[in-house]
Design a protein around this ligand. Structure first.
Ligand code: RB5
Length: 146
């Protein structure tokens, strides 16, 4: 599976750890930057990942900023992207099973690297349930057409 990942300065160090984890699990990773923890603007990096997920170049995206919130707000401006900030394992799992979340947004400030790694493993491994949830996700897509 292809995964695009990016951060801002506050997510940079966690991004590097998540990339190492994903590659160790055999995922193909597009590192969309940044390449240091120098200050940047999170919407620029959210756009790089959201574009790749929206056009199908990557099946999943991961974005990390201070809270995860700004990244989610920016990524959701792209068609086909379903992005949300998840701070715990249950939300990460349900975001896949019910919402078919395709861009996971994380807090670089509030999550430990260990708990983040577990959260990412769960999110990457969990399948969308479809069924009644597919109908609801389809309705989200209809909202994008308006
Ligand atoms: C950058 O200072 C900070 O605003 C950003 O990392 C993020 O938390 C925004 O949602």
């Amino acid at each position: 599976m292809k995964v695009a990942i990016a951060s801002d300065h506050r997510g940079y160090h966690l991004k590097e750890r998540v990339i190492t984890l994903l590659r160790s699990k055999g995922f193909e990773v597009f590192d969309e930057g940044p390449s240091s923890d120098a200050s940047v603007d999170y919407p620029d990096f959210a756009a790089l990942v959201a574009k790749k997920v929206g056009n199908g170049e990557a099946e999943r995206g991961i974005l990390i900023c201070g809270t995860g919130l700004g990244m989610a707000i920016a990524a959701n401006k792209f068609r086909g992207v379903r992005a949300a900030a998840c701070a715990d394992e249950v939300t990460a799992e349900l975001s896949r099973r019910h919402n078919d979340l395709n861009v996971l947004c994380l807090s670089g400030d509030m999550l430990s690297s260990r708990s983040t790694e577990r959260l990412v493993e769960i999110w990457m491994a969990t399948e969308f349930e479809g069924g009644r949830h597919q109908r609801r996700v389809d309705k989200i897509h209809q909202l994008e057409q308006r």
